[in-house]
Design a protein. Sequence first.
Length: 157
Amino acid sequence: MRIVVISDSHGHGSIVDRIIRRESSADIIIFLGDVTSDIEDFTYEYTDKKFYIVSGNCDIFPSFPYTTVADVNGTKIFITHGHTLGVKSSTATLSAAARQSDCKIALYGHTHVSNIKYEDGLYIVNPGSCARSRDGGNSYAVIDIRDNGILPTIIKI
């Protein structure tokens, strides 16, 4: 199972489209907010993919929740933009919420800084921003879930 995680496009829907086309083998697309309109139309175009979308702090009239949990073949994934969980200062609240929901993966955006951590059985992944990076290069994440484990990777654009 291949998952693509995109965040913080801020009005650059063409970049989102390029990522989805580049990762055509992905089964699931997760969008972590900040201008959800950048991905909404693609849910109709790419009907062979499952989409999970959460709103971010720049989604003025949010159409989607700020947080959700996905069950991907028995692997639970905590999905949030992160602004309601204080991720700019710490991922502790995010981790606690993910663990409370019995998740193996916690996804967040908001900081525009890509990061992968593994803490006591929980993968904590920020794909960075696909359009306005604050760490030297726009990026997204790919997560492969296989029988032998979970492999998250940051992809620089």
